[in-house]
Design a protein around this ligand. Structure first.
Ligand code: UN1
Length: 509
């Protein structure tokens, strides 16, 4: 098969999947915004980006939809999300494949991403009957105090290429049961899976029957279009996933107009392998955490601290796993590692590896893997042994690089673990209860996610997802993350015939 034939195949496959999912061809043909597949580097589609005016009009439309949707009882809103879950189940194979084409994920991770969407729908359906407020004891006789959670408005969602659809689903499923409208600005690297998700939701909306027009909108375009969402006065909350650099721009802009920010930014996630660790288990967890999704999860394992007593048992095995891992076209092989998203990602990887060498790092892997696609970037995952945590180790490089360091003191390794800007996910591998509990305690890991004997990535949707420090502090997905998508009203009701004032204040007129 020639290169050109393969490339056409991928684009053709994408079109066939979009057709099957029910996306209008006019949305991705004849426009000036090209979209590419990282699998072959070839162009998939030509979209028509929204002008700033068009983006603003879509947000206004969503704001009007909100006015109706907020009055629909929450369990009924849950019915729409239940239908979304059903529609997603019906096209799981197709959407999963499209994720593989557009984001380069291996098939099981593409499908896993759609499963994550389905899971959050199930969660949100249950939640639609559990948007509880408290009843609070009042100090005044004949009074009752309680809190009520109300819908908030238009929820803005900005998502990244690496989880092109699941992150939207986390936000959209919660936002919809909470009575909000949703306006989504997907990554310009993955617009087709966004159009597909929107078509799937529209099908659920059609089956639902009387949902208002404009309940879910998608903005196609670059940062300028995202900025319209961030600055729009009718968007009271924006949930943004991406780089810390993006968050430094978005966060203050939202703060300036007192809008809420749910920020899920970079991760520089670490694992600690202790003397008692189950090394077979640690090896598998590290391999998936560091090499899975070609190192392009925000939860990817990037730093590994190994106790000196087990270093020589673990690290050679790890190096072997790195040397043997299969890298290849995720659509045509059973490779475990697919492509990087683009040339820039590959260049950044090489730059970080160069810096690591300059700091005394010993690098295995990292080179470009020759596949017959000039414009696609496949890299052998890199393992870098370093004497200490310096240089590029302190930064997130969105590529499969694992920095491995030796430690001998538990207090010191905890300090090193926390000595980076990001604070998303973390893991400890130990069978020692004291070490495990210390890692999870107030002076242990400073991350939003802290795990024992599993890797840093692959969180379930039932927990709150997000992290501290430069990760931005937001929480999405499970637990009580829904509260960020609603506004709380405290209600005090006087059913007595007197008007006692709180704090014993007297004011007789
Ligand atoms: C992301 O990389 O932005 O925990 C999200 C995980 C996935 C979500 C990752 N459930 O790896």
């Amino acid at each position: 098969m020639t290169m050109a034939a393969r490339a056409v195949d991928v684009a053709e496959q994408a079109v066939a999947l979009l057709d099957k999912i029910g996306v209008d061809k006019a949305l991705y043909t004849g426009g000036e915004m090209a979209s590419y597949s990282p699998v072959t580097g070839e162009q998939l589609a030509a979209l028509k980006p929204d002008t700033q005016e068009a983006a603003s009009a879509k947000i206004d439309k969503a704001a009007r939809a909100f006015e109706t949707w907020r009055l629909v009882p929450a369990p009924k809103r849950g019915e729409l999300v239940r239908l979304l879950g059903e529609e997603l189940r019906a096209v799981k194979t197709e959407l999963g494949r499209l994720v593989s084409i557009e984001a380069g994920k291996i098939p099981s991770e593409g499908l896993g991403e759609v499963q994550e969407m389905i899971d959050i729908c199930d969660f949100a359906v249950g939640l639609s009957r559990q948007l509880y407020g408290l009843t609070i004891a009042t100090e005044r006789p004949g009074h009752r105090m309680m809190e009520t959670w109300h819908p908030l408005g238009v929820v803005g969602v900005i998502s990244a290429f690496n989880f092109p659809v699941a992150v939207w689903a986390w936000n959209a499923a919660l936002a919809l049961v909470c009575g909000n409208a949703v306006v989504w600005k997907p990554s310009e690297k993955t617009p087709l899976t966004a159009l597909a998700s929107q078509a799937i939701l529209q099908r659920a909306i059609a089956r639902f029957g009387d949902a208002p027009n404009g309940l879910s909108e998608v903005l196609i375009g670059d940062r300028a279009v995202g900025a319209v969402l961030v600055d729009h006065p009718k968007v009271p909350v924006v949930s943004a996933t991406g780089s810390t650099r993006m968050g430094r721009d978005v966060g203050p802009r939202l703060a300036r107009r007192f809008a809420r920010a749910i920020l899920e930014l970079g991760g520089n996630n670490a694992g600690i392998v202790c003397p008692s660790a189950d090394l077979d288990m640690a090896l598998r967890a590290i391999a998936f955490g560091a090499m899975g999704t070609a190192g392009q999860r925000c939860t990817t394992l990037r730093r590994l601290f190994v106790h000196e007593s087990v270093y020589d048992q673990l690290v050679p095995r790890l190096k072997k796993a790195y040397a043997n891992v299969s890298v290849g076209n995720p659509l045509e092989s059973t490779a475990l590692v697919g492509p990087l998203i683009d040339k820039l990602a590959f260049d950044n990887m090489q730059k970080a590896l160069g810096e690591a060498k300059a700091h005394g790092g010993v690098v295995s892997g990292g080179e470009r893997v020759a596949l017959p696609y000039d414009k696609a970037y496949y890299a052998k995952p890199a393992l870098v042994e370093l004497p200490s945590q310096i240089g590029p180790v302190l930064e997130e490089t969105f590529a499969p690089i694992l920095y491995v360091m030796k430690y001998n003191d538990f207090d010191q390794v905890l300090e090193d673990h926390n000595a980076v800007g990001a604070g998303l996910s973390s893991s400890i591998f130990t069978l020692d209860l004291r070490e495990a509990e210390r890692f999870l305690s107030a002076d242990g890991s400073d991350c939003g996610i802290a795990n024992v004997n599993i890797g840093t990535s692959g969180a379930e949707i039932g927990g709150a997802f997000g992290g501290e420090k430069e990760t931005g502090g937001g929480r999405e997905s499970g637990s009580d993350a829904w509260k960020a998508y609603m506004r709380r009203a405290t209600n005090t009701i006087n059913y007595s015939r007197a008007l006692p004032l709180a704090q014993g204040v007297s004011f007789e007129i």
